[in-house]
Design a protein around this ligand. Structure first.
Ligand code: SF4
Length: 308
């Protein structure tokens, strides 16, 4: 049996340890060296190319619960990290201070092994905790950088336990008018998440102003199985062309800012892949617009066209 192992960036240093475990069982191991950023980012093309019987993807929980992707069996092996023991106590401190009775709670794949304990602990103090399964996630309460539906349940306030802003700002995709808190799993700090999300939205709107007068657009389509949105890109291209812009669809597995710059042709990038790509906007050296701000941007262009 031949198996392709795939690790996210933070776990690549563990690759040889795992390879040895499988090799000792008589399994032939090949290791993917491509960058891997999330649950949807599966090395299916590589698995097919090396004729692997199976892909083992480390560090994430299943995306859309798919055991077989394009004919390749996929096994996910999560990597859990313990958050501080006092996360529920920290949340309860804020709940009592603000007098909330019902909260929504969400966290990332790394802490899902503690999630139910947190819920139990908070509920033992008479507070209702609500959450659901997201659009792409495996377990109820789990959030992704592109999917915070798990906490889109009626409540007095939302608490997100995550160590980076990326997962918190996924809430900007949802129209939610209530208190939001960002709980840091390792230092226990609780920050006003709503304020951070509003600041992010304002920054995104500002970047739209500089994109407004761009003429030539590159619509970026990733071939990663969970990010491949060619049909949406084709519709966007037509829509931009109706608005008098030039648009081209560019395809790659992982977009490299330097290779894009070498085209020396595009004023604006439209990202249809993972929203994380836009976090590296300084590297792209040109405005890059992702899903959260795209509809606003198209509306701005349409309003401008109607005025002309
Ligand atoms: S699109 Fe990005 S945020 Fe969503 S699952 Fe894939 S890597 Fe994670």
């Amino acid at each position: 049996m031949r198996v392709l192992l795939q690790f996210p960036e933070g776990l690549k240093q563990e690759a040889l340890k795992y390879a040895k475990i499988y090799e000792e069982k008589g399994i032939e191991i090949i290791i993917s060296a491509s960058p891997s950023f999330g649950a949807c980012d599966l090395a299916i093309d590589e698995a097919k190319r090396v004729n692997a019987d199976k892909l083992i993807h480390f560090g994430h929980l299943p995306f859309l619960k798919q055991p077989v992707v394009e004919g390749i069996e996929v096994e996910y092996i999560p990597y859990y990290l313990d958050a501080r023991a006092d996360v529920p106590a920290k949340i309860m401190g804020k709940v009592k201070e603000r007098g909330y009775k019902k909260i929504s709670l969400g966290t990332t794949a790394q802490h899902m092994h503690q999630f139910k304990e947190w819920v139990k602990s908070i509920e033992s103090e008479g507070i209702e905790v609500v959450y659901k399964k997201g659009n792409f996630t495996f377990e109820a309460g789990q959030i992704l950088g592109c999917d915070a539906e798990a906490v889109n349940v009626e409540s007095d306030a939302v608490f997100i336990v995550a160590d980076g802003l990326f997962h918190l700002t996924a809430l900007s995709l949802i129209d939610m008018d209530r208190d939001i808190y960002w709980v840091h799993p390792y230092n226990g700090e609780i920050k006003n998440g709503k304020e951070i999300i509003e600041q992010t939205k304002t920054m995104r709107k500002r970047s739209l102003t500089s994109a407004f007068y761009g003429k030539t657009f590159a619509i970026l389509v990733s071939t990663k199985p969970g990010q491949y949105r060619l049909e949406w890109a084709r519709k966007l291209k037509e829509r931009l062309e109706r608005l008098g812009k030039k648009a081209h669809i560019l395809v790659a597995n992982t977009f490299n800012p330097e290779s894009l710059t070498n085209f020396n042709a595009f004023d604006i990038y439209i990202n249809t892949a993972c929203p994380r790509l836009s976090e590296d906007k300084e590297l792209f050296n040109k405005p890059i617009i992702s899903e959260p701000e795209l509809s606003l941007f198209l509306k701005m262009l349409e309003e401008n066209q109607n005025r002309e």
